[in-house]
Design a protein around this ligand. Structure first.
Ligand code: DC
Length: 236
């Protein structure tokens, strides 16, 4: 997906609207969520950052990523200090979002995200923040976090295209080849899809958009069409 500048927005979300966007790594959730948010004036909350923060902190503290009780202890200790907003995630007053973007942290996040106790501890925080209306992106937003969201989208794209996007993003920071990124993505997909608790799964009432050959604007336009038909957005 690529982007071009759009005209000023014509739309405003109805009060308290929640929108769930789920999909696998590299499906473009973050980019699409941000553009949609600009169009309709809602905050975006990236739930992956919470799992990334937990994986990152566990690694930093030398906690084994297969020791659920120990990782759950790390999450408990973190919960009071987390501030999670549209600007990312801050810990004890410091915005740590940029340190969470690496592939290593993503891999750690997908391991701790498979732990039911970790997911449970992060659930309340996500549900609490959605109350004012937001676009939330993740893996289980439509199925677990916001099962009553009036609009749910599931973004899909081929593994090769998702890896190509990720590789293009990482090119300046890492010397991984495209094939290595494809392999890493397949492993991540497998962990996210096959875990027992809240696996990546399309909600039965979610609308799937395959973005493999679409531009960001085209994906967002399809979403706006759905929101308009459901009277969830109004002309400004
Ligand atoms: O979207 P992301 O790459 O930042 O997510 C990092 C990991 O966190 C990913 O492997 C799956 C997990 N995750 C999850 O299990 N549930 C969510 N709602 C968001 C992310």
């Amino acid at each position: 997906m690529s982007g071009v500048k759009r005209e000023a927005s014509e739309w405003r979300a109805i009060k308290g609207l929640t929108i769930a966007i789920d999909g696998p790594s590299g499906s473009g959730k973050g980019t699409v969520a941000k553009m949609l948010a600009e169009e309709i004036g809602l905050p975006v909350l990236d739930t992956g950052l919470l799992y990334r923060l937990c994986g990152f902190t566990a690694m930093e503290r030398g906690v084994a990523l297969d020791d659920e009780a120990a990782v759950a202890g790390v999450v408990d200790a973190l919960l009071d200090g987390i501030v999670w907003t549209v600007d990312g995630v801050s810990l004890d007053g410091v915005n740590v979002t940029d340190s969470l973007r690496s592939e290593a942290v993503g891999a750690a996040a997908s391991k701790v995200a498979a732990m039911p106790s970790v997911r449970q501890k992060l659930l309340g925080l996500q549900q609490q923040l959605s109350a004012q209306g937001c676009i939330m992106d993740g893996r289980d937003i439509g199925t677990v976090v916001l099962p009553d969201a009036p609009a749910k989208f599931f973004l899909a794209a081929s593994v090769r295209e998702r890896a190509r996007r990720r590789w293009a993003q990482l090119k300046h920071q890492s010397d991984s080849s495209l094939d290595e990124v494809i392999e890493e993505l397949k492993m991540r997909d497998q962990r996210d899809l096959e875990r027992q608790h809240a696996p990546l799964k399309q909600a039965s009432d979610a609308i799937t958009i395959d973005s493999t050959t679409l531009r960001v604007e085209e994906v967002v336009d399809r979403m706006l069409g759905v929101l308009e038909r459901r009277a969830l957005i109004q002309a400004r």
